[in-house]
Design a protein around this ligand. Sequence first.
Ligand SMILES: [Zn+2]
Length: 282
Amino acid sequence: MKILPVVKPLKLTNDGTLEIVFLGVGGAFSQTLFNTNFIIIKGDAHLLVDFGTTGPFALPASTGLTLSDISAILPTHSHCDHIGGIESLALWNRYVSIPQIGKPKLSMIISKEYQHILWNYSLRGGMEQNEMSSEGNSLLFEDYFTIFRPTYLEREPRLRLEIDWQGIHIELFGTNHVPEQASSASSAFITHGLFIDNKVFFSGDTKFDKELIDMYADKSEIMFHDTSFFPNPVHASLQDLLSLPQEIKQKLMLVHYGDNWQQQNVEDFAGLAQQGFRYIFD
Ligand SMILES: [Zn+2]
C-alpha cells in the first residue's frame, strides 16, 4: 500500500488500481476532523462512501472537488456523520448539476430495506416537497437517485450482500453498532461495513466484534477500523482493539477517531488514517 497526499483537485480516475481517499477520519463528535467519509477510485469508476454533516465542506477542503464532481454514493447507515450531507449533495445535483451541466442523476448503491429507512426516516423531510412531478405527485427517492441493488449472499447469522459496480467489487456486511443493547449484528439496526475488491476491509461503525474481524482478517491487506479513545457502548474502543493478536493489529488502520489523537499510543497498529490522503493498493 502506498500513501500519498492528495494533489488538488483529486483525479477521480486512475490506471485501474484500487485507491481509497479519505475526506475525513473523525468520529461523530470531532470538532477538528471531518467525518469518516471516503471515495473509492478504480479505473473510470468512483464511489463515495458516506457523506456526513461535514461532507459539503470536507469535499473541497480534502480533495479540491465540488459536489458536481460526485456521481455515485453508498451510504452505510443513518447517523448524521454518515448521511448528513446527502440531502445537500442530492439537491445540488437535481437543481444545479443536472440543469447546468447535464449531469445524470446520482447513482446510489443501496438495499431495498435500507432505502426505506434512509428515505422515510431521514431524507424525505427535506427532499420530497420541492416540486411536483408531471403527475402532480411529490418527489420520490428515485427522482434523485438511480438505484443499484446489491444481491444477498446471506441473511443469517450476519447480513452479507455484494455488488460488482463498474469493476469495483463491494461486499457489504451487517455490523452490530446500535442500539447499545443489541447483542449481535442480526439483532442490530441496519448498519453496513464493507469489504472492497477482496482486499480492503472497512468496519463501518461497529462495537468491538472479534468474530467480524476474524472473518476478514486473513483476506484483508488493510483493515480500516473505527475506534473510540474512551469506553464506548456503540464503537470499538482503542482498549478493545489492543486486545487483538499482534498480526491482526498490524493490519488495522484506525479511522473515526477523536480530536485527542496525538495523546494516544497507537504503535501496535498500522496507524491512524489521515484525511486528504490517498491509500493506493497495487
Ligand atoms: Zn454510527
